[in-house]
Write a new protein. Sequence first.
Length: 95
Amino acid sequence: MESEKSEEFYIRLKAQLEESTSWPSDYLYKFIVLTDVEKINRIHDIFNNTGAVIESKKSKNGKYTSLSITVNLKNAEEVIAKYKEVGQVEGVISL
């Protein structure tokens, strides 16, 4: 059930991106994750060698870290592929 919902979400996202964006284009990802060095490093690794600019900011109490990642991508499929890769990291919230 969850995977079906995810696929529907990605189909809609792809259509919206193709309609509203000229490719290649910069895309801004925003994620929130528990402050855990291993999880944050996994997200960094996903965007390694892509020329991404990654900004990290811890929450007031330090429990969570927000990641803003700007990267130039060729098309909507690349955007979705990165969302799916990051989605494999446990506990990540995509905004």
